[in-house]
Design a protein around this ligand. Structure first.
Ligand code: KIV
Length: 277
């Protein structure tokens, strides 16, 4: 039996019932597998920049790349709620463009919601997008798009003052109507405080067990990204050497005339061949 499409209400209702699962995907075949495995939400993350496009910063992808990949993902998905990640220049460089760009994720790429990383004008931008009827997932803690402004790629909220800031950000995002919030690289006890304080679900990445759900970058989980491995990543399988071995085998078989074999080859009758001049 085909399971129904997950709604925002389903995600909200899962809080305090069972943990919510979320993974990134950036293409049709991966999104199809993630969806068939019954993951609740798929994030077309701007981590696309690092793990798919080989760029050194998520600020280097824009709307063109994000929409291109989001469209491929939503073509595959029947069940999961799909969240499009707003790239840096779609709302931080041009806050005035935020509603138009958020709307493109919904209208052109068929996403169900967008995600915004915290930055100094985050509340203003979030309010505008939600007022336009577009569901928003917040993202606080380590926000890679503005890592240079928060002391680099480091755990956030490690003292009372910065932890209080995170709590206030989360409460304010909930007040504006966000349907959930990603907590990235936050001490587990602070994530637990935020999770208890909010009615909306928290989705953790490097934020401990007490969050309402978890998200990981799929390339990290599958062992497909070798440049760096954050402490919070669990690699469930290391696909890189398996893929490498298959490619090597193909190369060796082609050069040794073992591939294509007769079963991969199309024939023609002798009498037809004889008719050729
Ligand atoms: O872009 C992304 O993949 C993300 C997750 C790490 C939450 O924002």
């Amino acid at each position: 039996m085909k399971s129904a499409k997950i709604t925002l209400k389903d995600i909200l209702d899962l809080k305090n019932k069972r943990k919510i699962t979320m993974l990134t995907a950036y293409d049709f075949p991966t999104a199809s597998l993630v969806d068939k495995a019954g993951i609740d939400m798929i994030l077309v993350g701007d981590s696309l920049a690092n793990v798919v496009l080989g760029l050194d910063s998520t600020t280097k992808v824009g709307m063109t790349e994000m929409l291109h990949h989001a469209k491929a993902v939503t073509r595959a998905v029947e069940h999961a709620l799909v969240v499009g990640d707003m790239p840096y220049d779609s709302y931080q460089v041009n806050p005035e463009e935020c509603v138009k760009n958020a709307g493109r994720f919904i209208a052109e790429a068929n996403c169900d919601a967008v995600k915004l990383e915290w930055f100094d004008r985050c509340l203003e931008v979030t309010e505008k997008i939600i007022s336009a009827g577009i569901p928003v997932m917040g993202h606080i803690g380590l926000t890679p798009q503005t890592a240079d402004k928060i002391g680099g790629f480091k755990v956030q909220g490690k003292d009372a003052e910065t932890a209080q800031k995170l709590i206030d950000q989360a409460v304010n995002l909930q007040k504006l109507g966000c349907f959930s919030i990603v907590l990235e690289c936050v001490p587990d006890k602070i994530a637990a405080v935020i999770t208890r304080k909010l009615k909306i679900p928290t989705i953790g990445i490097g934020a401990g067990l007490d969050c309402d759900g978890q998200v990981l970058v799929i390339h990290d989980l599958l062992g497909l990204f070798e440049r760096f491995k954050p402490k919070f990543v669990k690699q469930y399988i290391n696909l890189s050497p398996l893929i490498f071995k298959a490619i090597e085998e193909y190369k060796n078989e082609v050069t040794a005339l073992k591939f294509p074999a007769p079963e991969h080859t199309f024939g023609i009758k002798e009498e037809e061949l004889k008719k050729l001049k």
